[in-house]
Ligand binder design. Structure first.
Ligand code: ADP
Ligand code: ADP
Length: 228
């Protein structure tokens, strides 16, 4: 079954100069557990697509479905990860990762929440850094911590908008390996927005190209290539 179904979605922004068509007749299906990469040039509507999936904006035409439900408003079952993660400096790394568990209703005990956050941090190689402040960590480590925070409450889907774009090439490849490790332990469905084709092929099960103006979807077959 598909976790995400985007059916014939068209969207234009309303601007002073009239409507700005951005996306036209988008069709994307992501099976549960898969990672889908969306690649395309700057300004083609990739961030707009993430807002539509997250329910932050509504399409002019077409429908967005998540887990068999039509998306019409923002929801906590969608995790988001961005290029510049905002970690709270007055909280430790552990307490930053715990945030979603404090906000999203759940039946976990305090102990269970702590264990869950610690397990995730260990999985991404941050054991021993639980009590540090964000500014004491490198950029790559902060991105790792923020990944943990994005999935700690087990969202249905993780949407990543250029998550590794601000990192140097070495750190970025490190993070790719971290992603594979995370997914092996904890299967989750993901949408990865990137303009790095190598990244899309390394991380995703399916690559979708957004192109044209307004942009539409081109599905790329056979991306399950070597090197994975
Ligand atoms: P990308 O993420 O691929 O760079 P965006 O989705 O951010 O693309 O933007 C697509 C187009 O829509 C761009 O031309 C951008 O200027 C425009 N745009 C984005 N957000 C808004 C907005 N809130 N209001 C008006 N235009 C917008
Ligand atoms: P990353 O590749 O995660 O950005 P760096 O290249 O900056 O990390 O740092 C390499 C290694 O140095 C880290 O994986 C970590 O083991 C160690 N390190 C970085 N910052 C600290 C710190 N504040 N305290 C202790 N060790 C650190």
């Amino acid at each position: 079954t598909n976790l995400i179904d985007i059916k014939g979605v068209t969207h234009a922004y309303k601007t002073e100069n009239g409507p700005l068509p951005v996306l036209e007749n988008l069709n994307i299906s992501v099976p549960e557990g898969d990672f889908c990469a969306v690649v395309g040039p700057s300004g083609c509507g990739k961030s707009t697509l993430t807002r539509l999936i997250a329910g932050l904006i509504k399409p002019d035409e077409g429908e967005v479905w998540l887990h068999g439900e039509r998306v019409t408003s923002p929801r906590s079952t969608v995790g988001m990860a961005f290029q510049n993660p905002v970690l709270l400096e007055w909280r430790t790394i552990l307490d930053n990762v715990l945030l979603p568990l404090e906000i999203v209703p759940n039946s976990m005990s305090k102990r269970q929440k702590q264990d869950r956050a610690r397990d995730l941090l260990a999985l991404v190689g941050l054991d021993g850094f639980e009590d540090k402040r964000p500014s004491e960590l490198s950029g790559g480590m902060r991105q790792r911590a923020s990944l943990c925070r994005s999935i700690v409450h087990k969202p249905d889907v993780l949407i990543m908008d250029e998550p590794f774009g601000a990192l140097d090439a070495f750190t970025r490849e490190d993070l790719w390996q971290t992603m594979h490790r995370l997914r092996a332990e904890e299967p989750f469905t993901g949408v990865l927005i990137t303009h790095d084709l190598r990244e899309s092929v390394y991380l995703a099960d399916e690559v979708i190209v957004l192109s044209g103006r307004p942009a539409t979807t081109q599905h790329v077959e056979n991306v399950k290539l070597s090197g994975r």
